[in-house]
Design a protein. Structure first.
Length: 337
């Protein structure tokens, strides 16, 4: 296909994003940033005293994936657990602002909302404070979560599993999710935590970064030959069709059953911050596939979007307009597979 036709196909897919609905399930988090100045060392201990100037809250974890999807104008539903607390209310109000459907989201009175507080002074992170309960879900909570999932799955085009090993992605939930999705022919894409790898068996796509790929397979994945062995090993042991390994400055490596490995060079001009880039990648991979693009074209789109996001500071997102402009400028000749 000539480059003009490919660009046309990619742009048409991006235009169709508002018609798509993706369900995100996983560990919902709230990111709190406390900004201030350090003017002295505490007399109580050798630590800086931060004078707080402002604070901000952002959606994190699975909620940031839903935020990415909404930034691309697609419909997003969010499933997971928040606590019956003020931070849980903040998650709900931020989701409401972004028009993220939280009807499958559960409030569990026995655990707190996962909160990551980053204290930043003079542009430097001084300390991070985590509040969380990562124990696996109780059976009764998992059962209620599954009921909500069943209703949400009836209406979605794809499912993204965002696993941060905080308890939601457990065998009870994943067995139900993968079996139900297979019956309905809904693709499941997973942003993995290596410790939970066995839970993803039967998903369609997995999107580990290089370190996660090495941890899942216990294989080095440095050169192209090793990357292919690592991806194939993952796919065979977990019955996956597609493995997309993100490699930071090296771009991405896409492995498909029957087609082998295809590497995609990075599109980032300058990297300021990689926070949330993985959320952008899996969002675009899911939307590309449900918009009728091939895995290769979807990965190309995800790579373009990641290149935009890492050029921004903080947990950033990308818009359809930015993606459209990037497609117009992109070297499509690298897309042959």
């Amino acid at each position: 296909m000539d480059p003009g036709k490919i660009k046309e196909k990619l742009l048409k897919a991006v235009d169709s994003f508002p018609d798509k609905r993706i369900l995100v399930i996983g560990d919902v988090m709230l990111d709190q940033f406390v900004w201030g100045e350090v003017s002295r060392i505490s007399p109580e201990a050798p630590v800086p005293v931060v004078q707080v100037e402002k604070e901000s809250f952002l959606l994190g974890g699975a909620a940031n994936v839903a935020n990415n999807l909404r930034s691309l104008d697609s419909n997003a539903a969010l499933s997971g657990i928040i606590g019956d607390d003020g931070f849980g209310e903040t998650v709900l109000s931020l989701c409401s602002e972004k028009a993220i459907d939280t009807s499958p989201l559960l409030i569990d009175r026995t655990r707190p909302t996962t909160l990551k507080t980053r204290i930043v002074a003079r542009g430097q992170q001084v300390v991070r404070v985590d509040r969380e309960d990562p124990t696996p879900l109780e059976t009764d909570i998992a059962d209620i979560l599954k009921q909500g999932l069943e209703a949400a799955l009836e209406e979605c085009d794809a499912v993204i599993v965002s696993d941060y090993n905080k308890g939601v992605v457990c065998s009870m939930v994943m067995d139900f999710l993968i079996n139900f999705s297979k019956q309905k022919e809904i693709p499941v894409l997973v942003d993995p935590k290596p410790v939970n790898a066995s839970l993803y068996r039967g998903a369609r796509v997995i999107t580990p970064n290089l370190k996660e790929a090495q941890d899942i397979t216990s294989l080095s994945a440095q050169g192209e030959a090793e990357l292919e062995i690592s991806a194939r090993t993952m796919a065979e042991s977990l019955e996956l069709e597609i493995v997309l390994i993100t490699r930071g400055a090296e771009g991405m490596a896409l492995w498909q059953r029957e087609k082998g490995l295809f590497t995609i060079p990075t599109m980032a001009r300058e990297v300021f911050d990689v926070t949330g880039a993985g959320d952008t990648v899996i969002s675009l991979m899911a939307l590309g596939l449900v918009a009728g693009l091939s895995p290769c074209e979807s990965a190309f789109l995800a790579n373009l979007a990641a290149g935009i996001v890492v050029g921004k500071v903080g947990t950033a997102t990308v818009t359809r307009q930015e993606l459209g402009q990037a497609i117009e400028k992109a070297p499509i000749d690298s897309l042959h597979h």
